[in-house]
Design a protein around this ligand. Structure first.
Ligand SMILES: [Zn+2]
Length: 285
């Protein structure tokens, strides 16, 4: 499932293709994905120019010149494919239609962007740009983890007094937007804080370490996505998925990578999700 770095990688890959360009044709091939598409979506997209392509949490936001923003979420299996365009060093031939191509946008200049989503948990909606905070998917989202509004003070206040695992607080989208299971596990390991610890027992100093670790794991993953775009993925026009190397995620039973630790990565299940951690350098909660 795409997390924030994957969505940011997609945004960076799409931006040079769509920003400033007009959608000359929109082909909407089904009534919706996870939810119904907005009414007359194809008609409302056609002839509109993309003024900017932004990201909020795991949502792509394409601001259109008519005053609406196209909100897109990749769900579990969504992919954005670029074809018919020159992007970086790669020229993509116009893609032949595939089974799960649900929305196809043709841009002036010949680029085509296709949303392909086999499992159909993705979403698209159109909403007034000036009122996006009121959209049900965006309302109540906490600060961006890479933005200035998220810092140790904010996190300390959200952890204070809470008798819930620190991991659950970090996954709470109202506390910080866009973090998923993988990067929360990685950040907790980097900060040396066990996912099993109660939020109220995390010190302000550890909260500061957590903020630094969260920013670092996301920045590293975005950097890896950028390298991947430059190297090979972009060659076939598919954006968003790349090889990661995780320190703890999915490494149960393997040696901890903290130098001199000697611990073995453990897996505990919290709220139905796997928490990978090192009981030695992160402690036991
Ligand atoms: Zn360790």
């Amino acid at each position: 499932m795409p997390e924030l770095p994957e969505v940011e990688t997609v945004r960076r890959g799409l931006e040079p293709v769509v920003a400033g360009r007009m959608i000359v044709q929109a082909d909407v091939r089904r009534a919706g994905l996870r939810w119904p598409f907005p009414e007359r979506m194809a008609e409302r997209l056609t002839g509109r120019r993309v003024e900017a392509l932004r990201r909020r949490s795991k949502y792509l936001l394409a601001d259109l010149d008519g005053g609406d923003t196209l909100i897109a979420h990749l769900g579990m299996s969504g992919r954005m494919l670029v074809s018919g365009a020159m992007v970086g060093a790669f020229h993509h031939a116009l893609a032949a239609p595939e089974k799960h191509d649900h929305v196809v946008l043709d841009f002036e200049g010949g680029a085509r962007v296709t949303l392909n989503d086999a499992r159909r948990f993705g979403a698209m909606d159109l909403w007034p740009t000036g009122d996006l905070e009121a959209h049900r998917l965006l309302a109540g989202l906490g600060p961006e983890p890479l933005g200035n509004a998220f810092d140790a003070g904010v996190l300390t206040r959200r952890l204070k007094g809470r008798v819930t695992p620190v991991k659950a607080v970090l996954l709470d989208q109202k506390v910080v937007a866009g973090l998923g299971n993988i990067y929360v596990c990685e950040a907790l390991w980097r900060a040396g804080v066990s996912p099993l610890r109660l939020a109220r027992d995390v010190s302000p100093r550890e909260a500061e370490d957590l903020v630094i670790a969260i920013r670092a794991v996301l920045a590293d993953a975005i950097e890896a996505g950028g390298s991947s775009l430059r190297d090979h993925r972009q060659a076939d026009g598919e954006l968003g998925y790349f090889q990661h190397s995780f320190a703890v995620y999915s490494r149960e039973g393997e040696p901890c990578r903290t130098s001199g630790c000697g611990g073995t990565i453990a897996r505990d299940v919290q709220s139905g999700r796997s928490s990978f951690h090192c009981p030695v350098c992160q402690g036991r909660g």
